[in-house]
Design a protein around this ligand. Structure first.
Ligand SMILES: [Mg+2]
Length: 256
């Protein structure tokens, strides 16, 4: 996987912006550093300002694992599109979103019954409406926390699926869209022909794996050789530099 800040990366950015492009980003670990307490995160105002400028030139989407209501006040700007719970929460389809909330009820009930055992292992359950997150970022013994989660997954009701992340296990209805589904929907909805997507985690990989070859996909973080992204950047700080480059490119090409 090649670094985006290279001759090949520059050429890929130029090629992408020749076409109507959706500019889409994950949030935690991509636009902002991962911190111990997810509740403390606020987007850097300089990054928010740049995204706001980009949103005036191209549709900008944030596709986050957080709920929409959790994320929106942390942004400091209004993106063109905002999707929560890894693509499962879509404000434009409230009926489908409400159905997914109900589909999670059996899992919600099961985890409520097991809350004491999970808490004892350092796992906290976050109910995001259309997804449930079992966090263990603050667990004293991550292996014990993971074992407690694995035990719960064995007893989960059918009709749910789970996937990992950084010190988290996520539960959603089995047929809920993932981030790849969300990106395809947003490209169509925005009338775009291609997309840029940057993300830092295993749950961003479906986008990288399924992206057409003319999309620009970027994995944020130290090189993960298993990633299917076309390019990499080292950190959210480099994502901020990418936003500057995109803005410069768009102004220079005049294709606004
Ligand atoms: Mg992330």
């Amino acid at each position: 996987m090649q670094h985006l800040f290279s001759a090949e990366g520059e050429a890929a950015i130029t090629e992408l912006l020749r076409k109507p492009a959706l500019l889409a980003f994950d949030f935690d670990g991509t636009l902002t550093p991962i911190v111990a307490r997810a509740d403390d995160v606020q987007l850097d105002p300089a990054v928010a300002g740049r995204l706001c400028q980009l949103a005036a030139l191209r549709p900008v989407a944030i596709v986050t694992g957080r709920s929409v209501s959790d994320l929106r006040p942390r942004l400091g700007f209004e993106p063109t599109y905002l999707m929560g719970s890894h693509g499962a929460e879509d404000e434009s389809t409230p009926a489908a979103t409400a159905a997914r909330v109900r589909q999670l009820d059996p899992g919600r009930q099961r985890l409520a019954e097991q809350a004491a055992a999970l808490n004892a292992a350092g796992v906290t359950v976050e109910d995001k409406g259309v997804s449930l997150a079992l966090h263990f970022r603050l667990a004293a013994d991550p292996a014990r926390a993971q074992a407690a989660i694995d035990t719960q997954l064995l007893g989960l009701p059918t009709g749910l699926r789970h996937f990992g992340g950084k010190r988290v296990c996520n539960l959603v209805p089995a047929d809920a869209p993932d981030k790849a589904d969300a990106l395809r929907a947003l490209v169509a909805r925005s009338g775009s022909r291609v997309a840029l997507y940057a993300g830092d985690d295993v749950n961003d990989e479906p986008v990288f794996e399924q992206a057409p070859p003319d999309w620009l996909t970027i994995r944020i973080g130290q090189a993960d050789t298993a990633s299917k992204a076309r390019f990499r950047l080292d950190s959210p700080q480099q994502t901020a530099l990418l936003l500057d480059r995109l803005h410069t490119h768009l102004l220079q090409t005049g294709r606004t």
